[in-house]
Ligand binder design. Structure first.
Ligand SMILES: [Zn+2]
Length: 349
C-alpha cells in the first residue's frame, strides 16, 4: 500500500481507544528501527522528520528511504509527517515532496523561537489547512507553547509559561479545522524536562482532561513526551557519557492522556538515548572496532527495542492491519465533502 494519511491512523486510534507513537528520524537506521518495531508488534507507524532532519539528511534521501521502507514492507501502514513546520512554505514543500501529514506550528514565529499571537497562529494554520486538505494531507496545529529547545526549535523555558487555554483551543479548532492539535501542558522538548519525577504542579494532566472535555472530536497530540528512562541514561553514563540527572514524562501519564483524547505521542529523545547508549557500549568494550556496522547495528536494535516497547505501551500494537487503508485521493474527497470536518460546531452534531 502507498503511504497513508495520518488522519486515518488517528481516527482509527480514537475508535480503538489507543495512541500512536510518532517517532523522529534523521537516517536509514532509525527508519528501519521504527518499521522493524511496527512489524514486530503489528502496529501502524508515524515516521516524522523535523526541519533539522530534512536539512541534515537532505529531503530526497529521507523521502526515498521512507519510500524504500514502504516498498519493502507494504503491509505496514506508514504516515510520513513533517514535525514542527515553521511556515506555510515549509509545509507546502513537505506536501510537494510527498509527506502525507504536516505540522504547522504557528505557536511560534518563523524563527522557531518567538511566541506568535493567537490571531497570527490562527491565520497561518488556517491557510495551511486549506492548502493541505485540498490535497488530502493531514494537518496538526499547536496552541500554547511548549518548553525547551530541540533541533534549534523552541521557545525555551520550563513549558509552564504558555500553557494551553481550553477555550482558546476550542476557538482555534473551530477557526482552523485542524485534524490534530498539540497542546502545552508543561512538557518540554529535549532530555531535560523535569528536575524530579513530575507531579501535577509541573505536568498538567488536569488541563489535558479539561481540553479533551471541551474538544472531544479533535485528536490531541503530546509533544516532548519521551520518558527519558533511567536505564537508558545509566547505559550512556556507564560507558563514558555525561548526562545530568533528569526526568521525562512517565509512561503511565501518557497512558492517562490516551484515555483522555491523546492520539499521537511524539518521541525523539528516548530513541536518541537508546542509540547513543548502544554505540558508547561498543566503543567502550571493543575499542579496536572501526567498521560503522559494528556499532550502527546494535544502535538500530536498541532503538527498535525502545520503539516496540512504546508501541505496546501506547496500545497501537496489534492494530496494524485491522482496517483498510484509505487513499490520499479518498481523504481529499472526504475533506471536500465535509465528511472529515473536525470543527467543533460541525463535528459535535
Ligand atoms: Zn514537538
Amino acid at each position: 500500500m502507498p503511504l497513508v494519511s495520518m488522519r486515518q491512523l488517528l481516527d482509527e486510534a480514537a475508535k480503538g481507544g489507543y495512541g500512536v507513537g510518532a517517532f523522529n528520524v534523521n537516517n536509514m537506521e532509525q527508519i528501519q528501527a521504527i518499521v522493524g518495531a511496527a512489524i514486530e508488534t503489528n502496529s501502524p507507524a508515524i515516521i516524522q522528520a523535523s526541519r533539522g532532519a530534512r536539512s541534515y539528511a537532505e529531503d530526497r534521501y529521507l523521502y526515498h528511504l521512507i519510500l524504500a521502507a514502504n516498498e519493502l514492507h507494504p503491509e505496514v501502514m506508514i504516515a510520513m509527517h513533517q514535525d514542527h513546520g515553521n511556515s506555510f512554505e515549509t509545509c507546502k514543500s513537505a506536501i510537494e515532496l510527498g509527506f502525507t501529514s504536516v505540522m504547522m506550528d504557528g505557536s511560534l514565529k518563523t524563527d522557531g523561537k518567538t511566541p506568535n499571537t493567537f490571531e497570527e497562529n490562527v491565520e497561518i494554520t488556517r491557510r495551511t489547512v486549506e492548502y493541505a486538505h485540498d490535497r488530502g494531507v493531514t494537518v496538526e496545529g499547536e496552541i500554547g507553547v511548549l518548553g525547551g529547545v530541540e533541533d534549534g526549535h523552541g521557545a525555551g523555558g520550563t513549558g509552564l509559561e504558555h500553557l494551553t487555554d481550553p477555550d482558546q483551543a476550542v476557538e482555534f479548532a473551530e477557526r482552523t479545522g485542524v485534524d490534530a492539535l498539540a497542546i502545552a501542558i508543561g512538557t518540554s522538548h529535549g532530555a531535560y524536562k523535569f528536575s524530579k519525577k513530575p507531579d501535577g504542579s509541573v505536568l498538567k494532566m488536569d488541563l489535558l482532561i479539561a481540553i479533551h472535555k471541551q474538544l472531544p472530536h479533535t485528536h490531541l497530540v503530546m509533544h516532548g513526551s519521551s520518558s527519558v528512562p533511567k536505564e537508558l541514561q545509566d547505559i550512556v553514563n556507564k560507558y563514558g557519557g555525561h548526562l545530568k540527572e533528569t526526568w521525562g514524562v512517565p509512561v503511565e501519564e501518557i497512558q492517562l492522556g490516551i484515555k483522555n483524547g491523546v492520539r499521537k505521542i511524539n518521541v525523539d529523545t528516548d530513541s536518541r538515548l537508546a542509540i547513543t547508549g548502544a554505540i558508547r557500549k561498543v566503543f567502550a568494550e571493543t575499542p579496536d572496532k572501526f567498521d560503522p556496522r559494528d556499532y550502527l547495528k546494535p544502535a538500530r536494535e536498541a532503538m527498535q527495542k525502545l520503539v516496540a516497547e512504546r508501541m505496546r505501551e501506547f496500545g497501537q500494537a496489534g492494530h496494524g492491519a485491522d482496517y483498510k487503508p484509505l487513499s490520499i485521493e479518498a481523504m481529499k474527497e472526504g475533506y471536500a465533502s465535509g465528511a472529515l470536518d473536525t470543527r467543533p460546531s460541525l463535528a459535535t452534531k
